[in-house]
Ligand binder design. Structure first.
Ligand code: AMP
Length: 197
């Protein structure tokens, strides 16, 4: 199973990737987690990355590709698929992923788009800030990240819709309801085994 989770910050990408990876065994690859791990090393590169993530801006494509692509290829080889969380975030990243998918026989099966109103997302992110203290969950940065999603990532939704692989999910519902709906929609497309649905 090769799956992409596409969603604005706060929509629940991490939550749904966790059960999906438990049920399918494919690697959950979060670009944000990979970036935070690299930033934690204190390397020269980490300081450059932190400037972007701290502001809520997207990290330039070349840096994201260098970090992510080897992980995606290795994980897909090791676990029989990928579950991408937070990547791609721009149409150019989506195009690059499509090229790699064709070159390496790792074509994306489906793209899940979790959508929720901005007011709900802001409330969830502020709540997460209280619990986890993430540096980019500050009110100003949250607003900026949502604006970046509208400007740069919303076109990626259209890109996948046009290619007929988009599964659109209303994420403003209880987690269990979303999970049942998503499992069924993936099974309907033959991405998850019907027995798991
Ligand atoms: P996330 O944990 O997915 O919310 O990502 C946290 C931050 O990491 C984002 O606000 C961006 O600064 C950066 N980031 C994560 N994924 C990407 C990506 N695919 N392209 C560019 N920047 C990214």
């Amino acid at each position: 199973m090769n799956l992409i989770m596409l969603a604005p910050p706060g929509a629940g990408k991490g939550t749904h990737c966790t059960w999906l990876t438990e049920e399918t065994g494919v690697a959950h690859i979060s670009s944000g987690d990979l970036l935070r791990a690299e930033i934690g090393t204190g390397s020269a590169l980490s300081r450059r990355l932190a400037e972007y993530t701290g502001r809520g801006d997207l990290v330039p494509d070349d840096l994201v590709f260098a970090l992510l692509i080897p992980v995606v290829v290795a994980a897909a080889r090791g676990t029989g698929g990928y579950l991408l969380d937070g990547f791609p975030r721009t149409v150019s990243q989506a195009c690059r992923l499509a090229e790699i998918g064709i070159e390496r026989d790792l074509v994306t099966d489906a793209v899940v788009y979790l959508r929720a109103p901005d007011a709900v997302l802001v409330e969830r992110l502020l709540d997460r800030a209280d619990r986890e203290g993430r540096a980019d969950d500050m009110p100003d940065v949250i607003r900026h990240r949502l604006a970046v999603f509208s400007a740069d990532t919303a076109p990626v939704v259209g890109y996948y819709r046009d290619r007929g692989v988009l599964i659109e999910i209303d994420a403003d519902r209880p987690v269990g309801v979303i999970r049942t709906d998503l499992r069924q929609r993936l099974a309907d497309r033959g991405v998850l085994a019907p027995s798991a649905a």
